[in-house]
Design a protein around this ligand. Structure first.
Ligand code: GZL
Length: 324
């Protein structure tokens, strides 16, 4: 009888042995695995080398940190960004990241995110809202300061006199509005410099070439310098100037913003004169900020990415160490 009870007890103990938790595969975390952070990211599009670098940084860092990043490319359309944000809300993501294509028109969808209690982090561009609680924080460069830096450098190079043509970024976007504002503000110190033409080329190289061709066609003898709101448009303008035999970088000065690899190559080649860096490598600071928000820490409303100007005097020794 005693043997019977011991045997029964043995079966009971073996039978209760805890099976190891099923391996937490990428898709379904096992019962003991920590729940993966899920972040929805609505990206403007892929209009420039800078944008590509920003996407690479944000996606790559999510991969590195084991974050489940849901990525939506809006192809430059605000309606697509609004749809993407609604989809993230429906999926119940832990945080929404938005690089807003333009400054206005965000209140309705951000009110929905707020109602769903999902924090919204703005990267790279700001928005205009009456209720600032609709987003938790903005991580971006100071575009007005970038415009001022470009203007001051160009004015000195031009001997504080001459005519400038301006290639603006995407109409209604924070960088286009503020880079124009900063450039004009700084030019007030140089009454003998005039902006004789100014038009949007949507941050794209192809449109930058197209608009520059039109500027050349209409008044080629009155162009002493080009100010482009980003390197891609500047490189397009350089192509147009080259094709017109106008010697970019020497007879016509060219200054832009972003400091992507192509800009350094153009500076080394003597075709671009200077570029103001606008750092796109937002991944690490973005996820550090999300971690603080989720831990209940106070984060600043605005975190400024520091910028610096590069010109031909330093391009050759810096180009090898550039990360984007
Ligand atoms: C700046 C970013 C701008 C870049 C462009 O933060 O929004 O958009 O300067 C990009 O190259 O297209």
């Amino acid at each position: 009888m005693k043997q019977l009870i011991v045997a029964a007890l043995l079966v009971f103990v073996v039978g209760c042995k805890k099976e190891p938790a099923p391996e937490a595969s990428a898709g379904n975390a096992g019962p003991t695995a920590e729940k993966k952070l899920v972040v929805g990211f609505s990206q403007v599009g892929a209009e420039s080398a800078w944008r590509t670098a920003e996407t690479k940084s944000i996606r790559g860092e999510a991969e590195k940190r084991g974050i489940n990043l849901k990525f939506a490319d809006a192809q430059g359309k605000q309606a697509n960004q609004i749809m993407a944000i609604r989809s993230f809300i429906a999926q119940g993501v832990d945080a929404i990241v938005l690089a807003p294509v333009v400054e206005t028109g965000w209140e309705p969808v951000l009110l929905e995110a707020k109602a769903a209690n999902i924090p919204v982090i703005l990267v790279d561009r700001g928005i205009k809202v009456t209720d600032e609680s609709l987003y938790t924080t903005l991580i971006a460069s100071d575009f007005v300061e970038e415009g001022r830096m470009a203007a001051d450098w160009l004015a000195k190079k031009m001997g504080e006199k001459g005519n400038v043509v301006e290639l603006q970024g995407t109409t209604g976007s924070a960088p286009a509005i503020d880079r124009k504002k900063g450039f004009e503000e700084a030019l007030k110190k140089y009454p003998n410099i005039a902006i004789v033409k100014s038009q949007s080329a949507d941050f794209s190289r192809a449109k930058g070439k197209e608009v520059m061709e039109a500027f050349i066609k209409s008044d080629r003898n009155n162009i002493n310098a080009v100010y482009a709101h980003n390197d891609d448009m500047a490189l397009g303008a350089i192509q147009a100037l080259d094709e017109a035999g106008m010697n970019p970088g020497k007879d016509v000065l060219v200054v832009s913003i972003d400091a992507v690899k192509g800009a350094f190559e153009a500076m080394v080649a003597g075709k671009l004169n200077a570029t103001v860096e606008c750092n796109p490598l937002m991944g690490p600071i973005l996820y550090d900020t999300i971690a603080k928000i989720r831990a209940g820490e106070k984060v600043p409303k605005y975190t400024q990415n520091k910028d610096q100007l590069f010109d031909q005097t330093t391009a050759a020794q810096v180009i090898g160490s550039r990360e984007y």
